[in-house]
Design a protein. Structure first.
Length: 562
């Protein structure tokens, strides 16, 4: 699938790439997207996908998809498959360049022996607690491991025995020999290999030692000829180690260049895999694809389009410092994407019955209404049926209207979308005083006047025929957290009203809606048919996003004049 962004604004990453190409450091751009197959991707990963694939596209280069499968304890084939689906759903393709860090396990091991032979790595026997003690602090230097001065021969022997499975987990690990007094804690003799007696989803039981991410990542980039290794900002302090490994291995030029950018922090949600997993395991949400989550599976199920996500990522741009992005950026991009591409239909999600006294039982007035008012020819038209019994939104009637309320009330009048006017002449209530039914009369012209004695222009409300409409279940999604920048306090910060379900009615023309069909429910928002409904009785619609402004206030809507 090809994709062209709105524009290609310049940023500091492009400046680096331009400089590298101009200097001859590289002749072609090659990037990579290197996810760990230990969970589902979220919208933060979408930003990285769009950035890596987008840069390669703009510079006529290519992007590899490479799974960082160096920790078999947390990895699963399910995640591998879901990640591939997510990347393709976003509109990008790696062609035949699908790789795994496990493809390079033998080469990575050979490099480890090479580092030992040059005196740049050693096998350490310290326990995790001792490693922490020896490491030092931000203000105090660390201490050398008592095993740091082992001979090359002893280190090679121990590493080979580690590979052969002679030692239990945690007994030994391979460390780089750098500088325990370095102000960068990542350079204080970091781990390169650890023992894990775990079955790998691709290599089986062949390996019992596995490389650390920082070690495997830079070598994998170099093997694949990656020119620009685009990482999130938390890896900035790891960059010296990235360069150190390749330098000590005397890797031939041109070596890859690591560049860091700010990760995506989206308000009212979390990007922590650990917290997302907690939400799922504690059943605070309905699985990884619960539409309230920021996972790509959830975003897809809720109804966001890949083009809306790409547009969002283009608009927020690339920064050097972490910051929080308002949810309105995502909502705006989604509205802009859906607005020209979906049909308008009418649905009532909190129905209030209305009886029109001057229509006969069985009488049916047929009204032709375009699916797309601004361009009637775009999707054609459908028939609406005005009958004696209709349904309007309960919010469109107020028994004792407050100041500024301009919709239906006793003695007041509104216009029914695409047709005539109704005036409330009476109403019925239950024993608790709740309004249960309105009695209205239908008029072709407004019957009320404004303060100046001129014919009033009543507000417009949407409606459906009680007879010619179908029941639907509507899921109204709100923010998952009550606070814009949640800390992860799931008990105190979760929004108890993040999902509200209602049984409404939808105009007959959309009765054959299928999974993934999207509509704008006029005045209510954009909705999509849930592809995996748990309720077989109704068609289930997920609200993707609300309309930013009240539909009745859209004075520029040409159809309001009809």
């Amino acid at each position: 699938m090809s994709y062209e962004p709105e524009e290609r604004p310049h940023n500091f990453i492009r400046t680096f790439i331009d400089e590298d190409l101009a200097s001859g450091r590289y002749t072609k751009v090659a990037t990579r997207f290197p996810p760990e197959p230990n969970g589902y991707l979220h919208i933060g990963h979408a930003k990285s996908i769009c950035l890596n694939f987008g840069l390669a596209r703009d510079y006529n280069g290519h992007t590899n998809l490479r799974f960082d499968d160096t920790n078999p304890v947390k990895e699963d084939v399910e995640y591998v498959q879901s990640i591939q689906e997510d990347v393709k759903w976003l509109g990008f393709d790696w062609d035949d360049r699908l790789y795994y860090a496990s493809d390079y396990f033998e080469k990575l091991y050979e490099c480890a022996e090479a580092l030992i032979k040059t005196g740049d790595a050693f096998v350490c026997d310290l326990s995790p607690e001792e490693v922490k003690e020896y490491r030092g602090t931000l203000t105090e230097p660390g201490r050398n491991s008592p095993y740091r001065d082992r001979t090359v021969e002893e280190n090679l022997d121990l590493l080979r025995r580690m590979r052969a499975g002679e030692f239990p987990e945690g007994a030994r690990f391979l460390r780089a020999k750098i500088d325990m007094a370095s102000p960068n804690l990542n350079m204080r003799d970091p781990a390169l290999y650890r023992i894990k007696h775990a079955r790998h989803h691709r290599t089986g039981d062949k390996w019992v030692i596995y490389p650390m991410y920082d070690y495997a990542h830079c070598i994998s980039d170099a093997i694949e000829g990656i020119t620009h290794s685009i990482c999130t900002l938390e890896f900035e302090d790891h960059r010296p180690l990235y360069d150190w490994v390749l330098e000590k291995l005397n890797w031939p030029a041109p070596r890859p260049r690591q560049i860091e950018f700010a990760r995506l922090n989206l308000e009212y949600t979390l990007m922590s895999k650990r917290k997302l997993l907690q939400l799922v395991r504690e059943k605070l949400v309905d699985g990884w694809d619960d539409p309230r989550l920021p996972t790509m599976a959830a975003i897809r199920r809720r109804g966001f389009t890949p083009s809306a996500i790409r547009l969002f990522c283009d608009r927020i741009g690339v920064a050097k410092k972490d910051s929080w992005i308002g949810l309105d950026w995502l909502e705006k991009a989604t509205r802009d994407d859906l607005n020209p591409n979906v049909k308008r239909v009418m649905a009532v999600i909190d129905p209030l019955p209305v009886e029109i006294v001057n229509l006969k039982e069985g009488e049916k007035r047929v009204i032709s209404a375009p699916y797309f008012p601004d361009e009637p020819e775009k999707f054609g038209a459908r028939d609406l049926f005005l009958t004696k019994h209709i349904l309007i939104e309960r919010d469109d009637f107020m028994l004792e209207p407050i100041k500024g309320y301009k919709r239906l009330a006793p003695g007041r009048e509104v216009r029914l979308r695409w047709t005539a006017y109704i005036k409330c002449i009476s109403y019925e209530t239950d024993e608790k005083g709740n309004v249960t039914r309105l009695i209205c009369e239908l008029n072709q012209e407004p019957t009320t006047v404004d303060e100046k004695g001129k014919p009033a222009r009543p507000n417009i409300v949407h409606w459906v025929s009680a007879l010619y409409s179908n029941p639907i279940k509507v899921r109204l999604y709100e923010k998952l957290f009550k606070v814009p920048r949640p800390t992860g306090d799931l008990e105190g910060e979760l929004n108890p009203n993040s999902l509200i379900e209602k049984i409404g009615r939808l105009e007959r023309s959309a009765a054959d809606a299928r999974p993934f069909d999207r509509f704008q429910f006029e005045r209510l928002g954009y909705f999509m048919v849930d592809p995996y409904p748990s309720d077989e009785e109704y068609i289930v619609f997920n609200r993707i996003v609300t309309l930013k402004d009240s539909w009745a206030k859209r004075t520029k809507d040409k159809a309001n004049k009809k």
